[in-house]
Design a protein around this ligand. Sequence first.
Ligand SMILES: C[S@@+](CC[C@H](N)C(=O)[O-])C[C@H]1O[C@@H](n2cnc3c(N)ncnc32)[C@H](O)[C@@H]1O
Length: 299
Amino acid sequence: MDRDDQGAFVLKPGELARIQSIAYERSGIDLRKGKDQMIAMRIGKHIRSSGLNSVRELLSLLEQDRTGAVLMNMIDALTTNHTHFMREPEHFEFLRKTVFPWMLNQGGLRIWCAASSTGEEPYTILFHLIEHRSGSGPISPMLLQEIEILATDISDRVILQAKRAVYPEDRLNGLPPGWLQRYFRRGEGKWAGHYQVKPAFVSRVRYQKFNLMDAVPASWRFPAIFCRNVMIYFDRPTQANVVCKMANALEPGGYLFVGHSESLNGIDHPLTYVRPAVYRKPDGSEPTPRMSGSQENSR
Ligand SMILES: C[S@@+](CC[C@H](N)C(=O)[O-])C[C@H]1O[C@@H](n2cnc3c(N)ncnc32)[C@H](O)[C@@H]1O
């Protein structure tokens, strides 16, 4: 890796191609078009912060990487984990009005939050579920037992952060009134200015490392899946593959939530369009041709 006249890192074409192909093959992340400068900048930073000397050293570690840790750290450096509480609030309104009542009828308040990053998304889902069940009244342990949230991500680092569940105060500004007191405890000492999700709620979210490129365990069946703001990194064939896996993991009639900038338009998948960024698995009571987003187009 060399530097250009302005001192910015420049990857040699062979190195760039190798990093692009490793990222694509192992994590689905498509860095192939017009992102050379961004890759060089992030890889340069990653090499420095990992105490490595060259991109050759990084590539050789990637070749010997039996545990996947070197890959994961590089993917972490190349992508963003940006997320926040109450992100894309239309989804939570739809959950409350339509999906939770349906799930209760089905008998299972279970949600898989894939690509859950640092936890803001699964905790937002959890708090909405609790509010729905408790109507802002007391939260009994029995009520919490009813709820199961699986939160997965490719990155150990963000999973650790999510389990720690500590957030700076300014990241909690958008929470509805009363939620801060109800769901968080205030940090003291070196944690002043931070809040932590109360342990009773943290323990209702099961965190697990999961790469969306891998096969979904057969036992994973959910009435609702969130997979938001990760498919933007994938090309169309990879998106189609991930959506089909999610569809298999949905119960009949179950809902898939994607990011609002991640329309499934033009992708071949077996789900029915419900509303922007929400899709549903047919429940078998109606004919369901495989479609490629045409239904979405017509709205
Ligand atoms: C931008 S964040 C989205 C967080 C959250 N879903 C939201 O919408 O706010 C994208 C997350 O996807 C994760 N990710 C990237 N590639 C992945 C893969 N192949 N499998 C699982 N997670 C992945 C990243 O580690 C990151 O935490």
